[in-house]
Design a protein around this ligand. Sequence first.
Ligand code: ATR
Length: 301
Amino acid sequence: SSLITRSRLKDETVMATISGKTNMVGLIGWPVGHSVSPAMHNAAFAALGLDWCYVPLPVPVEPAARIGEAVQGVRALGLRGTNVTVPHKQAVMPHLDRLTPAAQAIGAVNTIKVEADGALSGDNTDARGFVADLQDHEVDPAGKSVIVLGAGGSARAVVYGLAAAGCTAIAIFNRTQDKATSLAAQMQALFPRCSITAQTGEQLPALASQFDLVVNTTSLGMTPQVDTTPWPDEVAFHAGQVVYDLVYNPRQTRLLQKATADGAHTISGIGMLIWQGAIAFEIWTGQKPPVDVMRAAVEKR
Ligand code: ATR
């Protein structure tokens, strides 16, 4: 039997043959209706001729017991794994059998794999996805000094990824100073060879000129608040610096517009979305992900 899935765009018709042998993966989150992940992964499965299918798995926040039931359901229903997105990245953790060091340190799981013995393993591909996208843009974090703006969930993955990839210094700025301080202390203990510090806003102008890379992990600049920015107008970037904005909607944020005007190199966070998915794809299937196919599926949306 065959199933025809039609996306919103007329030219994007994915045909998948679902059989009794089809391998199922999906996305646990709430809401999941606007996610690009199904289109991205199903395009990748189709491109490699893999008998796999990626489906939305919406799990409401209330009642609270639902998330544990959902995770047990992943194993009970014979899924091969799932992605996990907002707001469940932390809540799934106590229901898993093991966590990778990355997931443990970041304190969030975005990828679950059902192992051959049925064990549920939790990983976080955001950190590696971020670093992979930097490398895709020919930016090697090794030996670099970095300013990270924000200290929330995305910042945790970014700081972990950068430190694991050999950055020499990471300065964290956040509106809520306590979160920056505790993130810096925790990551510093894990990565003694990288100087990881929390900084206050007054120190930004002095530090800004010395850093190789600036990463925005806050939501400032995201649609619909496109006029907001995490960076002061009066502090200039310069040529040779790289400014990475995890915000990818819009692609040209106010931060990236300023960085471009100041002569810095800019990177939009769309690639991190693609690479975190590509790494999850490899975790589940063991196959090399068709990254260009996945990118094309995301760009079409
Ligand atoms: P995510 O998972 O995307 O990182 P999060 O964990 O809620 O989301 O973190 C959001 C980040 O954006 C935080 O660093 C937050 O700062 P606070 O820790 O002070 O809340 C930052 N942020 C969000 N809105 C902001 C605003 N209006 N001004 C400054 N920082 C903001």
